[in-house]
Ligand binder design. Structure first.
Ligand code: NDP
Length: 448
């Protein structure tokens, strides 16, 4: 760790001591705390008020048993989590992740990031995250439904339209949100928007499905524009083939780029002719098959085992859209050597600390996740507004609002970076801009 400020170093030490064996959480906190050095010099009240120490501690952690019965009649037991990190500026908001790698440290890192991301959107939402170590892969629809119902039976006690509004994340898409919302409605005996990412027939918002991927491209396009270029004609490498990756691919193609890769946790496909979006959607969204199936249906596409190889494919723009720490220093070096000019993080914390450092030291334009992937939660907040109004806005209206929000986030982040002497460093800019609103609000509340 490299803190010049001894107070921030001591806060970080306490976080590590209090949350042992949670490296992802430490990584997320240290990145934010390092960015706060310039602001503490100007406003010592952030130190004197204790607000930073309060910020790194979740307001509440809920951890629960999720028992369910599989198709063979066997009882299975998973663990569920909801980390309600910070509600200073609005009800807790953040997704649910179902993946075998989920443990408290992953949910804490995601919840912490969410606090700053949600603040950056300019919308009144606090930060939270939840999930389970349940693995949806290979499960039948009936098993997914039983799991989701059991998970919600406990979670329902802790959420609500004005308290905490979960959404999707890895392993949680519209099918899972549907099962969970159905169970929530049944248990609470009310029809309120306690979840977002819902189907369009029952309170979902147009553009929510596309929002994170589209928002990522709007953000990257703005960053490129600020540097006198654009996505048009660029070769783009995308990792992942889930919700974020598919809609980032769709928007990048619409903006005139050529996307040449897609991946999953087994390997990646390289299609020199440009990814066939319709085929990608058919394989991933309709058939729920592995990405290697794509190469079987495209004459020039090749499939390679392993995830990190995707970063060796030459490109001008890289959009990591799979998972945390998928770009390490070695992969970052490959991207830099191959002439990549911009990296836009669609996934949460997809670059390791070493990779981020290399990007910032190079000429690459680097769009950090908490700014660049805030489109999903922004449209979730707009879904909450539509639910309160019991009204649905048009696709065009919501898409227009998404574009405006992403451009605003870019401007806020780049202006904060400039103001604090880090021009061009959107990591520092996004962290400071996200921090100020939450910290000032917490200080207004006093010690609570
Ligand atoms: P999905 O479950 O729809 O897709 C995840 C994709 O990433 C899949 O292709 C999956 O492959 C791959 N993946 C997951 N884990 C790993 C791993 N350990 N190694 C390599 N590949 C992996 O999730 P989303 O698209 O919703 O989420 C992707 C990222 O974007 C996450 O970091 C999430 O937190 C972030 N994000 C999502 C938002 C949203 O609105 N959905 C909002 C903001 C951020 P496989 O099928 O093999 O598991």
């Amino acid at each position: 760790m490299s803190f010049k400020n001894s107070y921030l170093a001591s806060v970080m030490e306490a976080v590590v001591a209090r949350n042992p064996h949670e490296p992802e959480f430490h990584q997320a906190v240290s990145e934010v705390l390092e960015s706060l050095e310039p602001i503490l010099e100007r406003k010592p009240a952030y130190q004197e008020s204790g607000v930073i120490e309060m910020l790194v501690e979740p307001e509440r952690i809920i951890k629960f048993r999720v028992p369910w019965v599989d198709d063979s009649g066997k009882v299975r037991v998973n663990r569920g989590y909801r980390v309600q990190f910070n509600s200073a500026i609005g009800p807790y908001k953040g997704g649910l992740r179902f993946h075998p790698s989920v443990y408290e440290g992953i949910i804490k890192f995601l919840g912490f990031e969410q606090v700053f991301k949600n603040s950056l959107t300019g919308l009144p939402i606090g930060g939270a995250k939840g999930g389970s170590d349940f693995d949806p892969k290979g499960k039948s629809n009936a098993e997914i439904m039983r799991f989701c119902q059991s998970f919600m039976t406990e979670l329902a006690k802790h959420i609500g339209a004005n308290t905490d509004v979960p959404a999707g994340d890895i392993g949680v898409g519209s099918r899972e949100v549907g099962y969970m919302f159905g169970q929530y409605k049944r248990l609470s005996n009310e029809y309120t928007g306690a979840l977002t990412g819902k189907g369009l027939n029952y309170g979902g918002s147009l553009v929510r499905t596309e929002a994170t991927g589209y928002g990522l491209c709007y953000f990257v396009e703005e960053m490129l524009k600020d540097n006198s270029t654009s996505m048009e004609g660029k070769t783009v490498v995308v990792s992942g083939s889930g919700n974020v990756a598919i809609y980032a691919t769709e928007k990048a193609i619409e903006l005139g780029a050529k996307v040449v890769t897609a991946s999953d946790s087994n390997g990646y496909v390289y299609d020199p002719d440009g990814i066939d979006l319709a085929l990608l959607k058919k394989i991933k969204l309709q058939e729920r098959k592995r990405i290697k199936e794509y190469a079987k249906e495209r004459p020039n596409a090749v499939y390679a085992e392993g995830c990190s190889g995707v970063w060796g494919v030459p490109c001008e723009i890289a959009l990591p859209c799979a998972t945390q720490n998928e770009i390490d220093a070695e992969s970052a070096k490959k991207l830099i050597e191959n002439g990549c000019i911009a990296v836009g993080e669609g996934a949460n914390m997809p670059s390791t600390k070493e990779a981020v450092k290399l990007f910032l030291e190079s000429d690459i334009m680097f769009a950090p996740a908490k700014a660049a992937n805030a489109g999903g939660v922004s449209i979730s907040a707009l879904e909450m507004s539509q639910n309160s109004q019991r009204y649905n806005w048009s696709f065009e209206k919501v898409d227009h609002m998404l574009q405006k929000i992403m451009v605003d986030i870019y401007k806020k982040s780049s202006e904060a970076a400039k103001e604090y002497g880090y021009e061009g460093n959107l990591v520092v800019g996004a962290n400071i801009a996200g921090f100020i609103k939450v910290a000032d609000t917490m200080m207004a509340y006093g010690v609570v």
